[in-house]
Design a binder for this molecule. Structure first.
Ligand code: ATP
Length: 430
C-alpha cells in the first residue's frame, strides 16, 4: 500500500528534537511491504496539521500520524482532526474509566487534565485500550489514518503491534512483499561499488539497489519487490510470486557478495566492532590496543559491546613519546631514529602492549590527525598501524584525507577492519 507519515510537534520543527519516529516508521512499513511516498513534519498548528491530513488522505492508501495526542495545551492533533475532517471530539467512557482507575499518583487537577485523553474524534477506534496513550484509528474517505503517540517507544510498540498487522489485514493477500538486505562495506568508494554491481539493477524493474555513504563506511541496499499480484496470465499463486521474488533476491545477493568479496564486513544491523568482537570470541582470541592518534576511540567502540570483556583485555592511550616508552617499552633510540609516526614505532607499540597484557593479538595506531603536525614526508592523515601476534608483527601505512575528526574515525575503522581481515585469514601482507 502507498502510505504517508506525518510527525507533529514544535519541538521537531524548531530542530530541538530529531524526528526519529518518521524514520523508524518508514523503515518498518517498508519492510512490511508498503511504500512511503511522503513524510511531513508539522508544528503545533491545527490549521497546518489539518491541511497536511487532508492532502495525505487524498493521495495515499493509509496515513500514520505521530505526536500531539497528549494532555497538555500544545497537544492539538485532535483539535486539527475536528476542524479539518469534521470529526468533533466525543467522550470515550471506557478510556475515561481506564484513566480514572490508574491514577499513578496524580493530583485532582492533573487528573482533570489527563481526562482530555478520553476525548477522541467521533468514529475513532482505540488501538490499544489497555494503554493510557492508546493511539487510535480513524477511517476517513475509506483511508485508514493511524494516530500514534509522539513518545518514541510508545509509538514503536503501537506501530509493530497494531498498525502493521491492521494494514496487512486491510490489504489482505494482495499486499506486496518486499525483500531487502543492507550490505555494509568498508574500504571501497561508493562510485567503485556502483561500477561493480550497478548493472544488477537491470535484472528486473522490481529490483532496486541503493548506495549510502555512512562515513567511513558505504551501505548498499538490495531490494526486490513482489510483482503486482494476479496481473500476469495465468495468474500466479501467492506462493509462486514469493518464490520468484526469493529466487531473484538470492541470485542477486550472491552476485553482490561475489563482486564485493571481503570488502563486505556485515549485513543489516551488524557493525564493524560487533563483527570483530564475534570473530575474536569464536576464535577464542584475546586483544589489547595501543592507541595514539585515535585516543581510545577503538577501545570505546569495542567496550560499548556487551560481553566484550571475554576477548578485549584493555589498552593504553599512549599519546606522548614519554608514555610510549614508559608504558609500552618503545625504545628511546627507535623514537629518535624514526619518529613516533612510523612503521617501526607502530610495531614496537603493538609488541609492547601484547607482551604486557599477555594477550594473543595486539593492535597499535600512531598517526597525524591534524590540522597541525604534518610535514612533506609525513603529511596530515599519515597513519601507521601495527599488528602483533605470537608469531609475527606487521605494520601498515595509510594516508587518509579529511579533517581531524574524520581522520580519527577512519583510522579507528581501518584498525577494526585490519583485525577483521587478520581473524578471517585474509590480511594481505603490506
Ligand atoms: P505526551 O504529550 O503525553 O508526552 P504525545 O503523544 O502528545 O505525548 P508529544 O507531546 O508530541 O507526544 O511528544 C512527546 C515527546 O516525544 C516529545 O517531547 C519528544 O521528545 C518525543 N517526540 C515526539 N515526536 C517525536 C518524533 N517524531 N521523533 C522523535 N521524538 C519525538
Amino acid at each position: 500500500m502507498i502510505g504517508e507519515i506525518i510527525a507533529i510537534g514544535n519541538e521537531l520543527t524548531s530542530g530541538r528534537v530529531l524526528d526519529t519516529n518518521s524514520r523508524f516508521a518508514a523503515g518498518q512499513l517498508f519492510g512490511a511491504g508498503h511504500e512511503i511516498i511522503a513524510m511531513a513534519t508539522i508544528g503545533d498548528s491545527p490549521e497546518e496539521i489539518g491541511r497536511a491530513l487532508k492532502r495525505a488522505i487524498a493521495r495515499s492508501d493509509f496515513v500514520v500520524v505521530t505526536g500531539g495526542l497528549g494532555a497538555t495545551s500544545d497537544d492539538l492533533t485532535n483539535e486539527a482532526v475536528a476542524l479539518a475532517l469534521k470529526r468533533p471530539s466525543v467522550l470515550f467512557p471506557e478510556v475515561l474509566e481506564k484513566i480514572r482507575r490508574c491514577p499513578a499518583g496524580q493530583s485532582a487537577t492533573e487528573m482533570r487534565l489527563l481526562e482530555k485523553l478520553a476525548w477522541l474524534p467521533d468514529g475513532a477506534e482505540v488501538l490499544s485500550p489497555e494503554r493510557r496513550m492508546a493511539g487510535y484509528l480513524l477511517i476517513h474517505d475509506h483511508t485508514p489514518v493511524f494516530f500514534l503517540p509522539g513518545v518514541p517507544h510508545e509509538m514503536q510498540e503501537l506501530l509493530a503491534e497494531r498498525v502493521i498487522p491492521r494494514l496487512a489485514l486491510w490489504q489482505g493477500e494482495s499486499v506486496r512483499r518486499v525483500r531487502q538486505r543492507v550490505y555494509k562495506i568498508f574500504g571501497r568508494p561508493e562510485i567503485e561499488i556502483n561500477r561493480l554491481v550497478g548493472h544488477l539493477e537491470k535484472a528486473s524493474p522490481r529490483v532496486r539497489i541503493g548506495y549510502y555513504p555512512v562515513f567511513p563506511e558505504v551501505h548498499l541496499s538490495l531490494t526486490v519487490i513482489d510483482g503486482p499480484p494476479a496481473t500476469p496470465a495465468p495468474a500466479p499463486s501467492a506462493t509462486t510470486s514469493i518464490d520468484t521474488t526469493a529466487n531473484l533476491f538470492d541470485r542477486l545477493a550472491a552476485q553482490i557478495e561475489a563482486a564485493l568479496g571481503d570488502c563486505i564486513f556485515g549485513r543489516d544491523e551488524e557493525t564493524l566492532e560487533g563483527v570483530v568482537g564475534c570473530l575474536l570470541r569464536t576464535r577464542a582470541q584475546t586483544l589489547a590496543l595501543a592507541e595514539s592518534c585515535t585516543g581510545g576511540l577503538i577501545a570505546g567502540k569495542l567496550t560499548a559491546l556487551p560481553g566484550s570483556s571475554a576477548y578485549f583485555s584493555g589498552g593504553v592511550v599512549s599519546y606522548s613519546n614519554d608514555l610510549k616508552e614508559k608504558f609500552l617499552g618503545v625504545g628511546h633510540q627507535l623514537l629518535l631514529a624514526h619518529g613516533a609516526v612510523s612503521g617501526p614505532v607502530a610495531r614496537a607499540m603493538a609488541e609492547g602492549v601484547r607482551e604486557r597484557a599477555g594477550v594473543d593479538l595486539a593492535l597499535s595506531v600512531t598517526g597525524i590527525a591534524g590540522p597541525g603536525g604534518g610535514s612533506a614526508e609525513k603529511p596530515v592523515g599519515t597513519v601507521y598501524f601495527g599488528l602483533a601476534t605470537l608469531e609475527r608483527t606487521l605494520d601498515f601505512l595509510y594516508r587518509f584525507a579529511g579533517d581531524r575528526r574524520q581522520i580519527r574515525e577512519i583510522a579507528a575503522a581501518t584498525a577494526l577492519d585490519l583485525l577483521r581481515r587478520h581473524l578471517l585469514g585474509k590480511l594481505l601482507q603490506p
